[in-house]
Each structure stands twice: as structure tokens, then as C-alpha cells.
Ligand binder design. Structure first.
Ligand SMILES: *Cc1c(COP(=O)(O)O)cnc(C)c1O
Length: 373
């Protein structure tokens, strides 16, 4: 039996919607399927929602909106994807890397607060696996020091913190619809702008620095160059694929959560054997994006991964701590970040997707249990 790590969901109506866009010929961005997608998000939380070509691009827009400049410092987690970092490096910011907490890949206020300096302009948090960071204390810190909070909510569709959807807390927040995410259209993203003062400018940066979006709404009689900007819009062809998935978002989330819980129940006895399982704090309601286990370290993880592989099961580790990456290691001057390194070396992700059936999941479960016997 082979068990794939991820197979993107193929929505039944996706091809019909794409055909519809092609027939109508409105294939560029900001057309009808784009609007359906952003209205789905508007029902989750009120913000200015803009579909982008990727989450990375949404974060580039966030860095522009926060007016990040050379000399500014931005605090980001070390245990995250490079796209949390690059948009700020591109603007010339210096990065300050926060460690993960000891029990979770996420950062808390305790890792973040010591990194504050008068030059801090923004704090970027990333909610790993759609499990919320403890946002309230971080938000209070941002308010006190007049710093922007940015949420990298790439993995967070449908997940919440104390009953409020992730992505609704930051001045700007980004989501991803990359193939690897719960809801996907190949490559795609979304910027949610919550900061009132950014909303008008966001639309201009998005549309190559022009007021074309206002022109389409009939608010101006011609459009022109107003500001810096780039081409960040998602094509309506991809928005059609995305909409077909969003129509099934609730069902897909339920399915993932059920499979996530099945793993968690089956592995509970392994905690006595020093295998750490994902922690979900009381304030977080997640979306089953990732099921992972944390082994004791690199050699045990490799052994477990090879054991799974020899039984036909794909599994993956995740991020290399960014402060230890080839790009950063000679530039990094901060302290050791042992928790981020422990997740970097010990964490292994197991298959979870819509097409994972019960037999396959049983095979994964028994193979892991067998390794720890
Ligand atoms: C997937 C992911 C991204 C990048 O998303 P793209 O849409 O591929 O640009 C950024 N940050 C995190 C935490 C991610 O998981």
C-alpha cells in the first residue's frame, strides 16, 4: 500500500467554472469569481480582502503598506517558511528572530518581547498548522509600542482564536492557496487589510500603483498612476478554481479535523515513550492543516521516516530554522534558539488530505505504533 502525503482536493465544479470564465473572456483579476471568493472571506470577518498571486505577494504588500524601510526592525519567528521573512528583507529591514515556545512551534509574547527595540516597526506572527498563537498579549504589546502586527495566516483558513477568525487581528494578514494548503488553486493568496488607514492604498498597490479598481466601480472617470505598486492580482481563471473549493470549505475542514483527531487518539499512548504530539491550547480552534509528531531529534526522526517509507508512506519534516539557513547564518548575531531547532530537527508531518481513506490511515497508524513497539 502506498500513502501519499498530500493530494489536492479536486472540486466537482472546478472545470465548469473555468469553462465559464473562458467563455465570458473576463480572465484577468478582480472579476466575478474573485468577488465570490472575497465575499466568502467577508462573511468570516470584515476587512478589505484582496486576492493575490500568492501568500508571499500578500506579505510583500503588507511590507509596503507598513512602509518598512532600511533601518527598521521586524520581529519574525525563526521556525517558519522563508516567505514570512523575504518580503521584509526586500524592503531593507533587519530581522530579529523569535524562538518557538517549548511546547509548540508558535512563538509567544515571552519569546517576542525581549526582541523589542526602538527600531521595531512590525511583529509578524505565524500560526503553525492553523493553531492560533496567543494573540491578545502580543496585540497589547503592539498597541502599547505603536507597532504593526502582521499575521502570516497562510495555513489558517477557517481557524480561530477565542471564537474570532485568524487573519482578523493583524493590521494586515495573509492567506495561501498553494497546492499544499487546505484550500488551493495551484498558486494563490489573499491579503486581508484590517487597518483602516491602509485600505485605500492597498487597492492601489495591488493594481500596479493605479486607481483602476475605483475606475471599475465607476468612482473615477479615468484611471492613472497614483503610487508605487505591482501586479498582485490573481487571475479569475484561478479564482474560479478557488471558488469551487471554497464552496466545499466546511465539509473539507470537518473531514480534516476528523482525520487529525483519529491520529491524535491513536498516538496518545506514545506520549509515554517520549513522542510529543501536537498541542492545541484552549484558545485555539484549528482546521486540521497539519498532523505532526515531534521525535527526540534528527536521528530518531530519520529512522521513523525511513520506517514509514519502507511501508510505502510519505512523510515530511518541515522548516529549517531561518536563522540557521544558508542565507542567514553568517548574518545572524542573536542568541541560540533551541526550541525552533528542536522542531526543525524533530518534527515529522504525516499524510492528511481529503483522499486519505480509513484503510490508508490505519496503515500509517499501525506503522508508527510498530516503530515505537
Ligand atoms: C505556504 C506558506 C507560505 C507561502 O505561501 P505561497 O502562497 O506559496 O506564497 C508562507 N508562509 C507560510 C507559513 C506558509 O505555510
Amino acid at each position: 500500500m502506498t500513502v501519499r502525503f498530500n493530494i489536492p482536493y479536486k472540486a466537482p465544479k472546478a472545470l465548469a467554472y473555468v469553462e465559464d470564465v473562458l467563455q465570458r473572456g473576463k480572465t484577468s483579476g478582480n472579476h466575478s469569481f474573485s468577488k465570490s471568493c472575497t465575499s466568502w472571506f467577508r462573511k468570516q470577518f470584515y476587512a478589505k480582502h484582496l486576492l493575490t498571486t500568492s501568500c508571499t505577494d500578500a506579505l510583500e504588500m503588507a511590507a509596503l503598506l507598513c512602509d518598512i524601510q532600511p533601518g527598521d526592525e521586524v520581529i519574525i519567528p525563526s521556525y517558519t517558511f522563508v516567505s514570512t521573512a523575504n518580503p521584509f528583507v526586500l524592503r531593507g529591514a533587519s530581522l530579529r528572530f523569535a524562538d518557538s515556545s517549548s511546547t509548540h512551534p508558535n512563538c509567544t509574547i515571552h519569546e517576542i518581547e525581549p526582541l523589542l527595540s526602538p527600531a521595531t516597526k512590525a511583529i509578524v506572527i505565524m500560526h503553525y498548522g492553523g493553531v492560533a498563537c496567543d494573540i491578545e498579549p502580543i496585540l497589547a504589546l503592539c498597541k502599547k509600542h505603536n507597532i504593526y502586527l502582521i499575521e502570516d495566516a497562510a495555513q489558517c483558513i477557517g481557524a480561530s482564536y477565542k471564537g474570532r477568525f485568524l487573519g482578523s487581528f493583524g493590521a494586515c494578514s495573509s492567506f495561501s492557496f498553494h497546492e499544499s494548503k487546505n484550500i488551493s488553486c495551484g498558486e494563490g493568496g489573499l491579503l486581508a487589510v484590517n487597518e483602516e488607514a491602509f485600505k485605500k492604498r492597498a487597492e492601489i498597490l495591488w493594481e500596479k500603483g493605479t486607481d483602476r479598481a475605483a475606475f471599475w466601480r465607476g468612482e473615477v472617470d479615468k484611471y492613472g498612476w497614483k503610487d508605487i505598486g505591482s501586479s498582485y492580482l490573481l487571475s479569475d481563471i484561478l479564482a474560479a478554481v478557488l471558488w469551487a473549493q471554497l464552496e466545499n470549505a466546511d465539509r473539507l475542514k470537518e473531514d480534516r479535523l476528523r482525520k487529525w483527531q483519529r491520529y491524535d487518539d491513536a498516538f496518545a499512548p506514545l506520549q509515554a515513550k517520549k513522542l510529543n504530539l501536537p498541542q492545541v491550547p484552549f484558545f485555539a480552534s484549528h482546521n486540521g492543516h497539519i498532523y505532526y509528531v515531534v521525535t527526540e531529534g534528527l536521528s530518531q526522526r530519520e529512522e521513523l521516516q525511513n520506517h514509514l517509507k519502507s511501508h510505502g508512506i510519505e512523510s515530511y519534516f518541515h522548516y529549517q530554522s531561518l536563522h540557521k539557513s544558508d542565507f542567514m547564518k553568517d548574518r545572524y548575531q542573536g542568541p541560540a534558539l533551541p526550541n525552533a531547532d528542536a522542531f526543525s530537527e524533530g518534527l515529522l508531518r504525516l499524510p492528511i488530505h481529503y483522499y486519505l481513506d480509513e484503510l490508508q490511515q490505519d496503515h500509517v497508524i499501525s506503522t508508527v505504533l510498530d516503530y515505537y513497539k
